[in-house]
Design a binder for this molecule. Sequence first.
Ligand code: HEM
Length: 267
Amino acid sequence: MAVGQGPPIGLVDAETPGQGDHMDLLAAAVLDDDRFRVPESPAAPTGVAWLRGSVPRFAEGERHQRLRSLVEEVVADLELGLDLSPGASPGASASASASASASAGASRGAPAGASPDGTTDLRRAGGGDPTLRLLSLLGLEAGCAADVALVAGAYQPHAPQSREADAAADRLVVALGPRDERTAAVLCVLVQAHAATAALVDARRAGRGGPPVPTTRRLGPDGVEVEVDLTGAPFGRGRHACPGRAVALALTAAALAEPRGDDVRHD
Ligand code: HEM
């Protein structure tokens, strides 16, 4: 392996259907190494492939920087909505939620959880479910959650692809519209947040440590795909590091503060 980063820290079974038996598992330090690149997704007209071809997660170079800036704008609006930004004042949530909603291109009236005067009670909006909370902040219907889950399941190029997931991606684009990089940035945030945040909530509830997303992947300098261990770097490192860390932690805290659905008594 022409890595130049020390030996692999071990070998794991590749979880990838159709891939080789094993992939090298490297330490997170390679995420700081420009020679290790994310698999870049080509442009595609529709479906999950369109999303992959339009987000920073699967782009490098100038294109990555441009797409990441768009995501960072969406995340900054969410941070305002969650009262996380340094400048956020108490009570800023409702207007920031409206701003996040407007910047999402959503035009379906008041966000879920909105009270009659148009403000949003963020404790009600989406409750403790991270994806419902994000949908609410973005002014999208709670019914979109099933489509977010479908797309998230097919988001990684090595995950099983399906017509259902493609149709879900296209429905979400219609809900957000127009089909452009800004819309892709909003979808990217929803999809990136979905499984990872749920995994962190589950881990905290179960008292488990370790990174909620255990590994990621890169193409090494020799073009061979490697797995990267996220132990010690749960939100990644380097140019692709998670821009949603603060949002993820706030959503997780909110979820843990809520009683679980199956804990609630109905008598
Ligand atoms: C506990 C929850 C989360 C965890 C553990 C997590 C972890 C990560 C990790 C490890 C990466 C880097 C992947 C790589 O380098 O290959 C990443 C990237 C990313 N995350 Fe998160 N994430 C979480 C929640 C979120 C949330 C809530 C958002 C948005 C609000 C978000 C948005 C993103 C985006 C857009 C990227 C791609 C950045 C890029 O490629 O430049 N994530 N995340």
